[in-house]
Design a binder for this molecule. Sequence first.
Ligand code: NAD
Length: 473
Amino acid sequence: MKSSKNDISESYNSLFQKQLLHKKIVSKSTLQQRKAKLKKLLKAVEVTYRKEIQKALFDDFGKSSSEVDLSEIYAVTAEIKYALKNLKYWMQDQLVSTKLVFTGSSSKIKYEAKGNVLIISPWNFPINLSICPLVSAIAAGNTVILKPSEHTVHASALIKRMLSSLFDEVEIAVIEGGSDVSTALLKLPFNHIFFTGSPEIGKIVMRAAAENLTSITLELGGKSPTIVDQTANVEIAAKRIIWGKFLNAGQICIAPDYVFVHHSQFNAFLTASKKVLFDFYGENSKNSPDYTKIINDQHHLRLIDYLEDAIRKGSKIVYGGDSDLKSNSFEPTLITDVSEDTDLMQKEIFGPILPIIVFEDINEAIDHINSKENPLALYIYSSSQSKINYILQNTTSGGVCINNNDLHFYNHELPFGGINNSGIGSSHGKFGFMAFSNQRAIYRQHIPGVVEWLMPPYNQLKQQLINLAIKWF
Ligand code: NAD
């Protein structure tokens, strides 16, 4: 018998209530207990389930095992190892100074778990983008309901199986499904929601969170621009940009979405990029075991539409352009003469098509970037410090890589996140721990302080003391 919407909501609510009863135990867990959970997760991803993860991602969208190792396994193991090394310091109360006017007191910040949290993840790096936030949530002492994407059926089923073998559902539970499941879950009064996905759905999540005044982290997408200026080493730039763009067949939130190339470097950049693509994936990318497929027909057709729209508007395909719906293989594609009114320039590409745009003056690129939503990432290829400074000062983005792309994601000392349309809040390392923590402000009075002298009834002397406080403290 098919279960009704009410039954489904009721079962989520009952799981939520069970976690609610358990959340105090989890939030009071010690450093050792949290580390034990993280170690269990580390062993599962690095050893026990590694082969199964590789297979699931191959089955979902033909990802090579080396690429899975790099972009899914390593991302998770590095996040866990970093947390294991630093959790002791993150969990410690942080003493802060107290002004003279508050003598006799001390102040500290206590990092407490937010409580019951919901993680909603996308399909493009299903393991990485489900488990990395989970690591931060565990480190901060939360109970978690995780909803992976419906588009990676093998990976999502594996995440459920792996996590249920490691944790009791009162602590960490996985619920599979699509938007109907998310919609039902979003009605519950979680203490925090960590969402990774598109800006469109991010807005839905934010509206739902507002109903319960639930705090949110939104890791969203958009168009990440890349600039190759007249001083850049064009061979190096081409190699790194092609790698960062065509990894995962361009289905990456931080992939270089399009490239601005200085006119003096254009021909060299094009020649170098074609050579790199040939070296990476051979004459026929469809046969390359290292080249990932498009996730599904819907995305495949969307990319074909983008290309057709661009060609109708005068763009030229200079490499690739073919695709095969049967195998969902889409050739790495370089395209030039792309006008501003094309879908390729208006929407997030999220696939293996790279528009290359020529500029004469850097302000053309800067004005273009500033006319769009704030990007998740901005990539600058240049050997001139003053040109780099100029670009940085005149643009904004969630993150920046200079003379590289994508790699800021892997440095856990950096906050990872967007700004406005590309995201709210940040993740990774201590920033992820903080996203799932309430920074509780604790002020303690030890002995009577100056403030006692400033209470009513006010008189001239007290007013003078207040004036002094305003002037000096
Ligand atoms: P998506 O927004 O379509 O889906 C993300 C998640 O939201 C999925 O689990 C999905 O089931 C769920 N969802 C779908 N409809 C919903 C609804 N109405 N209400 C609530 N939840 C709903 O995104 P996607 O296609 O899975 O991923 C691609 C997008 O994610 C791109 O825009 C990409 O840039 C972005 N992304 C961002 C990051 C980042 O770290 N900033 C990482 C990966 C992907």
